[in-house]
Design a protein around this ligand. Structure first.
Ligand SMILES: *Cc1c(COP(=O)(O)O)cnc(C)c1O
Length: 399
């Protein structure tokens, strides 16, 4: 097992950019400018499999290819099955499309009153503020619009979206997503958050972002000041594998937490990445140590070209069963399926309840032992007892 919070290879003078000065390496704009976006750039550093070369060749018609140097350095270049590599380097298999898969599997477009705004649940909206990311996850649930590889021509209409939220007092929760909202400039974020904060019925603001994982350098003191100013702003990050929990990510999470941003994590259950009890347990433990509460574990959406990532739901249930009771309750995420067609997130839970009658509920604990909890109770008349006399606590107790 690799040790906790290794600084990425760059800090050890290893990895692929050892000669880049620290000020540049830590500059998020340098990381963005130097992203790897072609087969040729990647092949300068590692040998790609033919499956990957095929994937890279085709990816620009599906979902752009881009990987930050920071994240690329986390790849084990000698391991064709490296779980980091699988998430960001395209494979030819992405072009295999099965019948059940859909471009807009969550029916988001049908629930959009304004371009870029999805109003599915009664009290909250999903506000897609950009179609760009720092790097692209090959199992992206919004690949139809993200990176514009499929000519979706996504244009978020901020003014229209804000007016919609202002006009709908039932919207108490706004979730900024995309694309990755933290790719917006400080100025734009400051403006957007300020506008949302000024709407009296918007109680809860949160951001879904993988930037802390792909580009931790983006979490600057200036950005944190913006979150402080408009807080509380909650954030869901997206970590899938314990190797993503580097010293840099830890530092980014710490800065966010100290700026008053409560942190959650959303993982996607992915074959060959995190579809095992041990790897998931290590991940959730590391997250807690970074002040991040595992929030959701997603069954992968039925996206086009995602079948090579698909994991059996029974495996997901086995993972949850192996966590609940065996580790800290805070470490256990809620396993969900986002219902195809737009039914929203539905919890998928291991079954602990065996029977409920008017008299009792019968259930098993995490070890499989059976317990009874009586529901009907027959009242017993109360007889006065010495315990009815109030006890006066000695005042010293409170000093
Ligand atoms: C996931 C999602 C939300 C937020 O759901 P929570 O369960 O509150 O985290 C809101 N709107 C849409 C369309 C979503 O997909």
């Amino acid at each position: 097992m690799s040790s906790l919070y290794n600084r990425s290879a760059w800090f050890e003078g290893q990895g692929l950019w050892p000669h880049v000065p620290e000020t540049e390496w830590r500059d998020w704009t340098w990381q963005l400018k130097n992203r790897l976006t072609t087969v040729e750039q990647m092949e300068r550093h590692m040998t790609l499999t033919s499956e990957e070369k095929e994937g890279c060749r085709l990816s620009n018609h599906k979902l752009a290819l881009a990987i930050t140097p920071y994240f690329f350095n986390l790849i084990d270049r000698d391991d064709p099955d490296c779980p980091i590599r699988r998430q960001v380097i395209p494979r030819g298999e992405e072009m295999n499309v099965s019948q059940e898969e859909m471009l807009d599997s969550l029916g988001e477009d049908a629930h959009s009153p304004v371009p870029g705004l999805v109003h599915r649940y009664p009290d909250r909206v999903l506000f897609l503020v950009t179609d760009r990311c720092a790097a692209y996850c090959r199992y992206c649930t919004r690949s139809r619009l993200v990176s514009n590889a499929q000519d979706y021509n996504f244009h978020p209409e901020y003014e229209q979206a804000l007016r919609y939220i202002e006009a709908h007092p039932e919207v108490r929760d706004v979730l900024l997503s995309g694309g990755d909202p933290l790719l917006l400039s400080d100025k734009k974020l400051d403006h957007l958050l300020g506008r949302l904060r000024a709407i009296p019925h918007v109680e809860f603001i949160r951001i879904g972002s993988r930037i802390p994982v792909f580009l931790p350098q983006r979490i600057t003191p200036d950005l944190c000041e913006i979150f402080k100013k408009h807080g509380p702003v909650w954030m869901s990050i997206h970590v899938n594998h314990p190797r993503e929990c580097t010293a840099e990510l830890r530092e980014a999470c710490e800065k966010l937490a100290f700026a008053g941003v409560p942190l959650g994590n959303q993982s996607v259950l992915l074959r060959g990445v995190n579809d095992g009890v041990e790897v998931m347990k290590e991940l959730v433990h590391r997250l807690l140590q970074m002040r991040v509460r595992p929030y959701y574990l997603y069954q992968m959406d039925l996206i086009t070209g995602g079948s090579h990532f698909k994991v059996d739901v029974r495996k997901g249930l086995e993972i949850i069963r192996a966590l609940r009771g065996y580790t800290t309750g805070y470490a256990v995420p809620q396993y969900v399926i986002d219902a195809p067609g737009g039914g929203g997130k539905v919890p998928i839970n291991p079954e602990y309840v065996e029977k409920i009658t008017d008299e009792e509920v019968v259930f098993r604990n995490y070890e499989g032992r059976r317990y009874h909890y009586p529901l009907a109770s027959t009242p017993v008349p109360r007889t006065p007892s010495p315990a009815d006399t109030p006890v006066v606590l000695p005042v010293e107790l409170f000093q």
